[in-house]
Design a protein around this ligand. Sequence first.
Ligand SMILES: [Fe+2]
Length: 321
Amino acid sequence: MTPAELLLTKTGGTVLALVLLLCLALLLRRLYGQRGPRRDPSREAPARDINTAPFLAYARGFFSGEARGDSLLALKAEHTLRVLEEARAIAASEPAFSAALPRRALLLAALYHDLGRFEQLRRYRTFVDARSCNHGLLGARILSRGVFLAGEPEEVRRLVLTAVALHNRQRLPEGLSGPGRLVTQGVRDADKMDILRIMAGQLAAGAVADPAVVMHLADEPQSWSAPLLSALEEGRTGSFSDMRFYNDFRLLLCTWLQDLTFAVSLRRLRDAGHLEAILGGLAAAPEAQARARRAVEAFFRAAADADRQGKRPCPPSLPDR
Ligand SMILES: [Fe+2]
């Protein structure tokens, strides 16, 4: 039997098909494998999902059996998992996070952004940074010394530490650019989104606020402070140090709109109705409520117009790798 006749038999055909498949696999590996010319590093390692177990185990270590402290810590752990979900939504919608490296850094930074809160509460019995310490910097220090980021690429570690350290800054440093700025903005958006959800539950009309969560402000339904309303109307982020009353917190939360970077965050916020609920809590201060509502509605309108016209500033693109 000649080789050609052999190939025409059933066994020969099967062998030929297997050889062709093997050749194809080798060719693909050569092109797209570790050192292949068609390899796309940005698409690698996306499948490894974020493991929340080390964070949850760390958080559990701070539970003492004292009901009040434990419930505050439980809220922080729950907040963290929701911030991670918000970060996933941002990563899924924003092209800047389509590459594996910034996406992974964003999700890890979201998971660890409030790591410092646990040590902060144990040491100082408060979550107020001004009365204790900067929980972003504390968290970054704990992260850098622990094993949470072991096995991550150096660049991912660097991005996560930057984002955790800066997530709670009122303003980002001018010099922060590229992926560092991108990932930090992503975490800040995700964090604010969940804080707005929590605060809508605390500060909506008829809600009963937890004094610790509303930072021990004065509950005077008709009172509000001019600097926060001015900040909202002038398009600036309000300052915590200007807050005296519950209504000030409501106004400050409205100013966060201006600090959201990604279009998906604005969309999700509008759909969730958190700001509308917070504005509803200003009912006993009708002038502040009307002016704040006008400012918020004008902002949403302007953002939607800018989006339609493609004018909304784009997040920084990533440098070539
Ligand atoms: Fe935080």
